[in-house]
Design a binder for this molecule. Structure first.
Ligand code: CLF
Ligand code: SF4
Length: 296
C-alpha cells in the first residue's frame, strides 16, 4: 500500500505518467528508440516491428544512435515543458543492446539531469546490469513477465538466446523466467521501482496471471500492468489464430489482481518505442531530428 512508501518515493511516483494515473494528465514521457536487437522470441512479435512488450505491434520506429538520441532529448526537453521521464523501450530489447542503451542514458543524465530515467526490458540479462542501473540513477524499470511457470512460458517463447547458446522449449522458458524473477528481486532490494508488464493471452496465460501477480508482488514489484494481446501481423500467434481478450475480460482480470492487493495500472496506452508527449500522444513528428540544433 502506498502509505508504506517513503515521501521521496511517493514524489517520484507522482511525477511518472505510467506509475501514477494522476500524473499522466500533467507529465509527459519521451521514448528514445536506440535498441534494435532482441535476445528472445515472443510468439506475438514480428521482429520487423517494435517490441510488443511495451508497444503496439505493427509500428516501426526509426532507430537513433546515442548521439542522435542525445540531440533529440535536448531539443525536446527545451520545447516540451511537461517532460518528466525519458525511457528506452525498444524497438527491440534495451538490454540486448547494453552499450547503446547505457551510453544513451549516460548522455541524458549529463545533459538533461532533471528528467527521470526509465527502462523497459524482457529481463533476460537484467541481473548483469544492476550496478550500472543503480550508478546511472535509473529509478524505474519495467520487466515484461508473462508467466512464472515454464509450461505456460513455453507456449509464449519459442526460443531464448544467451551467451552464444540458443535454448528452446521449457528450457528457454525456465531460463527466462528465472532471470526475470532474479532481476526483479535484485532491483527491488536496491530500492528501484519495478513495474511488471504482462500481456494477457487468452487460452495461454489468462488464468495464470493472478499467480504471476502474487509472486512479483512478493518479490517487490511496485505496480502490475496487464495489457491486452495485440497480435503483430506475421507473428506465430497470428498463424495460430489466437485472439485478443475482450475489454470485459481484461477489466475482470485487473479487478482480480487488485483484490489480491497489487497496485494495478489501468491507463497504459501501449506506446511506440519513439513516442513523445502525454500518454496516448505520439508527437514524434513534431520533433524531427532535422529541427534540432546541431552540436556546436
Ligand atoms: Fe515508457 Fe514504459 Fe517507462 Fe512509461 S511507457 S518505458 S514505464 S515511460 Fe507507460 Fe507506454 Fe504503457 Fe509503457 S503507457 S506502454 S506502461
Ligand atoms: Fe519482440 Fe519484444 Fe519479445 Fe523481443 S522481447 S521478441 S522485440 S516482443
Amino acid at each position: 500500500p502506498s502509505s508504506c512508501l517513503s515521501m521521496e518515493v511517493e514524489e517520484e511516483i507522482s511525477r511518472h505518467p505510467c506509475y501514477s494515473e494522476e500524473a499522466h494528465r500533467f507529465f509527459a514521457r519521451m521514448h528514445i528508440p536506440v535498441a534494435p536487437a532482441c535476445n528472445i522470441q515472443c510468439n506475438y512479435c514480428n521482429r520487423k516491428f517494435d517490441c510488443v512488450n511495451e508497444s503496439r505491434p505493427g509500428v516501426v520506429s526509426e532507430v537513433l544512435t546515442p548521439q542522435q538520441a542525445e540531440r533529440k532529448v535536448k531539443g525536446v526537453a527545451g520545447q516540451l515543458m511537461q517532460l518528466s521521464v525519458v525511457g528506452i523501450a525498444g524497438p527491440g530489447d534495451p538490454l540486448a543492446n547494453p552499450e547503446r542503451t547505457f551510453d544513451t542514458f549516460a548522455r541524458v543524465k549529463e545533459h538533461v539531469p532533471d528528467v527521470a530515467l526509465c527502462l523497459s526490458t524482457n529481463g533476460l540479462t537484467l541481473y548483469r546490469h544492476i550496478d550500472q542501473i543503480v550508478e546511472l540513477g535509473i529509478r524505474h524499470v519495467t520487466i515484461t513477465i508473462n508467466a512464472i511457470d515454464a509450461e505456460v512460458g513455453q507456449q509464449i517463447y519459442p526460443w531464448v538466446f544467451d551467451e552464444g547458446v540458443r535454448y528452446e522449449g521449457t528450457a528457454a522458458a525456465e531460463l527466462l523466467i528465472s532471470r526475470q524473477l532474479l532481476g526483479l528481486e535484485l532491483l527491488a532490494s536496491k530500492g528501484i521501482l519495478v513495474k511488471v508488464n504482462s500481456v494477457m493471452i487468452p487460452g495461454v496465460n489468462d488464468q495464470h496471471l493472478p499467480e504471476v501477480s502474487r509472486r512479483v508482488k512478493e518479490l517487490g514489484a511496485t505496480l502490475h500492468n496487464v495489457t491486452p494481446l495485440i497480435i503483430a501481423p506475421g507473428s506465430q500467434y497470428e498463424k495460430d489464430g489466437r485472439k485478443a481478450p475482450r475489454p470485459k475480460e481484461l477489466n475482470h482480470l485487473q479487478e482480480i489482481l487488485g483484490r489480491d492487493g497489487m497496485k494495478v495500472m489501468r491507463h497504459c496506452r501501449q506506446c511506440r518505442a519513439d513516442a513523445i508527449g502525454l500518454l496516448g500522444q505520439d508527437r514524434n513528428q513534431d520533433f524531427g531530428l532535422d529541427s534540432m540544433e546541431e552540436d556546436p
